[in-house]
Ligand binder design. Sequence first.
Ligand code: 4NP
Length: 159
Amino acid sequence: MEGNAVSQPSVLFVCLGNICRSPLAEAAFRAEAVKAGLAVTIDSAGTGSWHAGNPPDPRAQATALEHGIDISRYRARQVVEEDFTRFGQIYALDSQNLQDLKRMAPRRTLARVGLLMDLVPGREGQAVIDPYYGDEHDFAEAWEDVSQAARHLVAKMLR
Ligand code: 4NP
């Protein structure tokens, strides 16, 4: 996928609640982009609205902090129609959210919408594990997945 419609590349990560997986993806990708000196607009959102306005799940905050990243000021929000024009690339954390995103997308959207793990060779079609009903090991696994995808996305954007 490539950015378009916007001058600076822009990436939006989308899960269901925007309190577990997509904030971790946002944090991991922001860290990798900074490390690579890549100027990019980055955000995350949820297809659902239940947690709008809330900070990330405390377990997600703890996981990011273990990797030196403070996400306590992130606030959940639902995907809005404007996201499909504000962001050149939109990545869903699993295929259900990908399906929902495609359903929410305006007909003439220029944003490229895809599955996050499709960025990782050998992991195509896979979901980032939803750790919401899991434990800290599931959060650690979700972090590994989003970090790997973040590294591949940065490499792709530098090409
Ligand atoms: P997320 O995790 O989509 O990774 O933020 C979830 C958060 C909330 C719920 C499910 C998953 N929930 O059912 O409220």
